[in-house]
Design a protein around this ligand. Structure first.
Ligand code: SAM
Length: 280
């Protein structure tokens, strides 16, 4: 990073501020300039609107985003990072705003000017919860470029008929196009996590198939809750008063199929059929 800004190397910054990684906050810092630059560039053109970063920590990715021309709003829970982030903000006047707080309690959909994108090396323990929250208001965002543990990234992007395909794949792919970008070896982090990491990009769909999210969540929860069972049985929990076999037939879905063979569109059709059955 010292090639792109006048700030000292991250290792020196961390040592000077005695920032010991806190496991309870999922702190694994990425100090490799090539990697932080690669993630920042994977977000595409960041020069317009606002780039929201969750969990900047000592600011490796933040610095890479600023070097790419972004206006960054960074949400960090750990107050120990305040002084480090202030030093970065001083080098990039009016380009970095820091919100100190819990990203789970902050509505990212209202932060900064549009277009709004989220770029983050997420704390693994709350990564999917954060994503599910942002998807509640998906149209507020232009894109999400996010690092997850590899197993979660695989679930987000999994196609039907694979072991990783499930509720997370369906809700995310219903609302966004998803791409697996690249893996990052655990050794690149300080301290290294026990798992490998993968960067994914999600781009909100302009016209997702109409469906009620609550019903889609219920249908997928019940279908994948009994993954090995046929839909005519596993769907009973989602529509206790409806004829599960009839629901499947009305949407052209084979009632003897298993959940993992259905496309996202078929799940949306089933959710709509469940809602229609409730009204009739
Ligand atoms: N972005 C830095 C990097 O790439 O080196 C740090 C990434 S580290 C995996 C996750 C960061 O998220 C930490 O800085 C941690 O303090 C922060 N964090 C953890 N839980 C958080 C929360 N609920 N809200 C905001 N930040 C959080």
């Amino acid at each position: 990073m010292s090639e792109t800004d006048s700030l000292p190397p991250l290792r020196d910054v961390i040592a000077r501020h005695r920032l010991m990684a806190d496991k309870s906050l999922g702190q694994h810092f990425l100090l490799d300039l090539n990697l932080t630059g690669r993630i920042a560039r994977a977000a595409g053109d960041v020069t317009k609107g606002t780039t929201i970063e969750i969990g900047p920590g000592p600011g490796g990715l933040t610095r890479a985003l600023l070097a790419e021309g972004a206006h960054v709003i960074a949400v960090e829970k750990d107050p120990r990072c305040r002084a480090i982030l202030a030093e970065i903000a001083a080098v990039y006047p009016n380009r970095l705003g820091v919100v100190e707080g819990d990203a789970l309690k902050i509505d990212a959909a209202t932060l900064g000017a549009t277009p709004r994108r989220i770029v983050a090396n997420l704390p693994y323990n709350i990564g999917t919860e954060l994503l599910m929250g942002w998807l509640e208001n998906v149209q507020a965002f232009e894109s999400f470029t996010l690092m997850f543990q590899t197993e979660v990234a695989a679930r987000i992007t999994a196609p039907p008929d694979t072991g990783a395909y499930g509720r997370l794949s369906i809700i995310t792919q219903w609302l966004c196009e998803t791409e697996l970008l690249f893996n990052i070896n655990a050794k690149a982090f300080t301290p290294p996590p026990l798992v490998q990491s993968t960067v994914v990009r999600l781009t909100p769909r302009a016209n997702p198939m109409p469906a009620r999210r609550q019903t889609l969540e219920r249908v997928t929860a019940s279908a994948f809750g009994q993954r090995r069972k046929m839909l005519r049985q596993s769907l009973r929990a989602a529509a206790p008063n409806a004829d599960a076999e009839g629901l499947c037939r009305s949407t052209g879905v084979d009632p003897t199929a298993r959940a993992e063979t259905l496309t996202v569109e078929q799940f949306c059709a089933l959710a709509n059929a469940v809602d229609a059955a409730k009204k009739s």
